[in-house]
Design a protein around this ligand. Structure first.
Ligand code: DC
Length: 243
C-alpha cells in the first residue's frame, strides 16, 4: 500500500551506512540487514532513479537543477515496507510516488543512465538531503547509497563500503538480465558499469568514495549471506543488534 509511513525520530537513532558501486550486492545485503535487525531501509538510489524517471517523463533537461528541484517538490515519495511474516510481498518494500507504485519503471537501463546524470547535479542532491534524513527512525536505519557515510549520515554508527570488481559486477548484472529473458552483451554491460563508476567517482558533488572511517567489504568472492554475516558481526561489535 502506498502511504506516507511513520514520522522520523531523534538524531540518536542508529544508522548503518552502506555505500559502494552498483552491482556490489548492496541492495540485497541492505534488505537482509534491515530485515534481520528490524531496522528501516533507505534505498537512496531509488530517489535518484525517481528524479530521473519523472524528469524524463516530463521532458526536462537532466542537467537543469532548478527545474528538477521544482519537480521534486511536487513528488510525494514513500517506501512502504512489509516486514517478514506480514504476508504477500513480505520482507520487501515498494517504491511509491504520489500514491502509485513505480518500482518497475525505475530499473531499465535508460533510467539508470539518467539517474547517474541527475545524481551529478548539486541542487538535486541538496533537495534530496532532508528527505533522506527523515528516514532515520527507531529502532534504526540501514542506508544504502553512495554518500550515506560521507554526506547524508556522517555520524552513522557503522559505515560499510561494499565493493566488488567491475568484471564480477558486470557478470552479476548480465545474469540478472538473462534470467529476465533480456538479451544483452556482457562487454556492453562492463563498459556501461565502468563509465558509470567513473562518473560517480569523479563528480564534484558527493563523489563515490569510502568514508575515512568506513570498513571495506569486498564481495567479489563472497556470497550475499557471507557479506551479511560479516556486516552483522561489525554491527554486533558496536552494540547495534536489536534481535
Ligand atoms: O544504486 P542505484 O544504481 O539505484 O543508483 C542509481 C544512481 O544514483 C547511480 O548512478 C548512483 C546514484 N546515487 C548517488 O549518486 N547517490 C546515492 N546516495 C545513491 C545513488
Amino acid at each position: 500500500m502506498c502511504n506516507a509511513g511513520p514520522k522520523a525520530d531523534a538524531i540518536t537513532v542508529p544508522v548503518i551506512a552502506v555505500d559502494g558501486p552498483s552491482g556490489s550486492g548492496k541492495g540485497t545485503v541492505c534488505l537482509e540487514l534491515a530485515a534481520r535487525l528490524g531496522y528501516s531501509l533507505l534505498d537512496s538510489g531509488a530517489l535518484y532513479r525517481i528524479v530521473a524517471w519523472a524528469g524524463l517523463e516530463q521532458g526536462l533537461s537532466l542537467e537543469d537543477g532548478a527545474a528538477l528541484v521544482k519537480m521534486i517538490a511536487t513528488l510525494e515519495i514513500s517506501f512502504p515496507y512489509s516486514a517478514p511474516g506480514a504476508g504477500a510481498g513480505e520482507g520487501n518494500y515498494e517504491i511509491c510516488v504520489n500514491g502509485k507504485s513505480v518500482g518497475d519503471a525505475l530499473r531499465p537501463e535508460p533510467v539508470s543512465v539518467a539517474a547517474s546524470r541527475v545524481a551529478a547535479v548539486a541542487e538535486v542532491r541538496t533537495a534530496l538531503l532532508s528527505l533522506q534524513r527523515k528516514m532515520r527512525m527507531a529502532p534504526g536505519l540501514v542506508a544504502d547509497g553512495r554518500d550515506m557515510g560521507t554526506v547524508v549520515f556522517p555520524d552513522a554508527q557503522l559505515k560499510i563500503y561494499l565493493t566488488a570488481s567491475a568484471e564480477e559486477r558486470a557478470k552479476r548484472r548480465y545474469k540478472q538480465l538473462i534470467d529476465k529473458g533480456l538479451g544483452v552483451s556482457l562487454r556492453a554491460l562492463l563498459d556501461s558499469i565502468r563509465e558509470r563508476d567513473e562518473r560517480d567517482q569523479t563528480r564534484d558533488v558527493s563523489p563515490l568514495v569510502p568514508a575515512q572511517d568506513a570498513i571495506i567489504v569486498d564481495s567479489t568472492h563472497l556470497s550475499i549471506e557471507a557479506a551479511v554475516q560479516q556486516i552483522l558481526e561489525y554491527a554486533e561489535q558496536r552494540g547495534l543488534s536489536t534481535r
